[in-house]
Design a protein around this ligand. Structure first.
Ligand code: CDV
Length: 306
């Protein structure tokens, strides 16, 4: 029995450093409405979708830094997105920088929420794999300060029964790690939603610059096929405050085939009617659990280096 759910990846072009959140929310609303007009039931927005990717520059002052995070979700600024989603009966996944106060201490995460068609939050994920560095590297053309600005996620790799199937979230760098998909795959995930900001240039290893789109798609396609799941990925693309970021937002089938791919570096919606039942062929076929040998995989969690 087919189990179709129409999912959109809402790629965004760059966000200016001085662009206000209400203006950005206006852009998200336009993409949400387009998704609805094209039959969408669930829309994926990028990682840290409400502002420019501030991890690319050094900020000394704590108050100035904190202004880049959201201390509530929804907030008065993001509430219109939740209200419109509920009115249109369309769900969404939104990435944002989260400032939480837990046990009296400030904690900062690179997070995303999954929101149902009634506009209420179904679940939250906090990015586990933080790339980059914590030290100041002013000699680089731009910095990647995720290790300074965020803590690793502490919510594990949850999945939720939603939109007629089983849904999980990853954020950007997570998509390069087989273990991240595996954690979701072992819980029967059928759709993995991934927002990202991926600079084309890797200051420390520029040899890989020419391969940025290839490695991105390779990671999505492998994750999809090896776990028998749909993978949907939405970029923040284009030249943002001098940093060139890849596009290639994509919808990948459980077969590993790219079914839809963005063709610009701006705000652009791609959409597909994803049959969740296609996951079964791959999960039960070549990757049937009886063929797994978890008793021999201990090294994966016991060791971190070669
Ligand atoms: N936001 C990210 O996690 N970006 C990384 C880059 C810095 C390598 C990525 O994996 O795309």
């Amino acid at each position: 029995m087919p189990r179709p759910v129409t999912i959109a990846a809402a790629q965004m072009g760059p966000i200016r450093r001085d662009e206000s959140r209400p203006h950005v929310v206006g852009r998200l609303l336009a993409l949400l409405r387009e998704a609805h007009a094209r039959g969408g039931e669930l829309v994926l927005f990028p990682e840290c979708a409400l502002t420019a990717f501030f991890g690319h520059w050094w900020i000394d002052d704590e108050a100035e830094r904190d202004a880049w995070y959201e201390s509530e979700m929804p907030s008065p600024v993001t509430q219109p997105l939740f209200d419109e989603a509920a009115r249109l009966r369309i769900g969404f996944c939104l990435g944002y920088a989260e400032l939480a106060v837990e046990a009296g201490a400030k904690r900062r995460f690179n997070s995303s929420v999954l929101v149902g068609r009634d506009g209420t939050i179904i679940g939250k994920y906090r990015k586990m794999h933080l790339p980059g560095h914590a030290d100041h590297r002013p000699e680089n053309p731009f910095q990647n300060l995720e290790k300074r600005y965020f803590q690793p996620g502490d919510l594990g790799f949850p999945v939720w029964d939603a939109f007629g199937g089983r849904v999980g979230m990853l954020i950007c760098n997570d998509r390069r790690w087989p273990e991240a998909y595996r954690m979701l795959g072992l819980q029967g995930v059928e759709a993995v939603l991934i927002g990202y900001n991926t600079p084309r240039h890797y200051p420390e290893y520029p040899d890989t610059d020419r391969l940025a789109d290839f490695h991105h798609l390779l990671s999505l396609q492998a994750g999809a096929y090896q776990n028998g799941t749909w993978v949907i990925a939405a970029a923040k693309a284009g030249i943002e405050e001098g940093v060139e970021q890849i596009g290639s937002s994509a919808i990948v089938a459980p077969s590993g085939e790219v079914i839809a791919r963005s063709s610009t570096l701006g705000d652009e919606l791609i959409i597909h009617r994803c049959d969740l039942d296609l996951c079964r062929t791959i999960k039960q076929g070549v990757f049937h659990p009886r063929n797994r040998r978890p008793e021999h995989y201990g090294l994966i969690t016991a060791r971190n280096d070669e």
